[in-house]
Design a binder for this molecule. Structure first.
Ligand SMILES: [Fe+2]
Length: 204
């Protein structure tokens, strides 16, 4: 007998590299660190503040230092919308954007981005991995023993860790659970997270 395999309901992750990020990142990095100095407590969300993880407020949308990033995100969001079959005549709105700073030992707990169609992260300074978690409800209730000595097929994975370099951008559905692994070197891991929503426009 011949056995075939078909994947149903796959979870997309899109990746790109922002052009000329090496020119823009030092200025953005300086602004983020200045904001952290001005408000060392920041806000508490998925960041584990006891580990030193810092999370800014959501005022970044107006920063001139982040204009290049807003432009890049919206350009990529259009491609993601087309890639996902989103209804024509709708467009992407960058609804929120915030920065994250992790020192050695810092991490972000597992979370989703509620009320966001597409979410993502941009790397100003790379570091520990972004781990995407299996969203398939109920799978963990009866897990099979797996052979760790072989490359497992995608449907047998319970998480996937993504490494990035400076200037990389990752986009994913807001419902896809993820976490940031513990940062393990002395240089700061600095990233910008964001949410994108689908806007329905009315002509008249
Ligand atoms: Fe997140």
């Amino acid at each position: 007998m011949k056995l075939s395999r078909t994947y149903l309901f796959p979870s997309p992750v899109w990746r790109a590299s922002v052009p000329e990020s090496e020119l823009y990142n030092p200025v953005l990095r300086a602004r983020i660190l200045a904001e952290r100095d001005a408000d060392p407590r920041g806000v508490i969300r998925s960041n584990d503040s006891a580990s030193g993880a810092w999370h800014s407020d959501k005022g970044m949308l107006d920063w001139p230092e982040a204009r290049f990033l807003r432009d890049a995100i919206l350009q990529l969001a259009d491609a993601v919308f087309r890639n996902s079959g989103f209804k024509s005549g709708t467009d992407a709105v960058l609804s929120s954007m915030w920065s994250n700073v992790l020192p050695r030992g810092g991490y972000n707990k597992s979370h989703i981005h509620p009320n966001s169609h597409i979410s993502g992260v941009y790397y100003v300074c790379a570091g520990s991995s972004l781990t995407m978690e299996d969203p398939r409800a109920g799978r963990g209730s009866f897990q099979a023993l797996l052979d760790d000595s072989v490359d497992l097929p995608p449907h047998s994975l319970s998480y996937v860790s993504l490494k990035s370099t400076e200037g990389d951008i990752i986009l994913f559905p807001g419902w896809l659970s993820h976490r940031v692994e513990t940062h393990s070197d002395d240089s700061l891991r600095i990233s910008v997270s964001f949410n994108i929503n689908q806007r329905i426009t009315c002509d008249d």
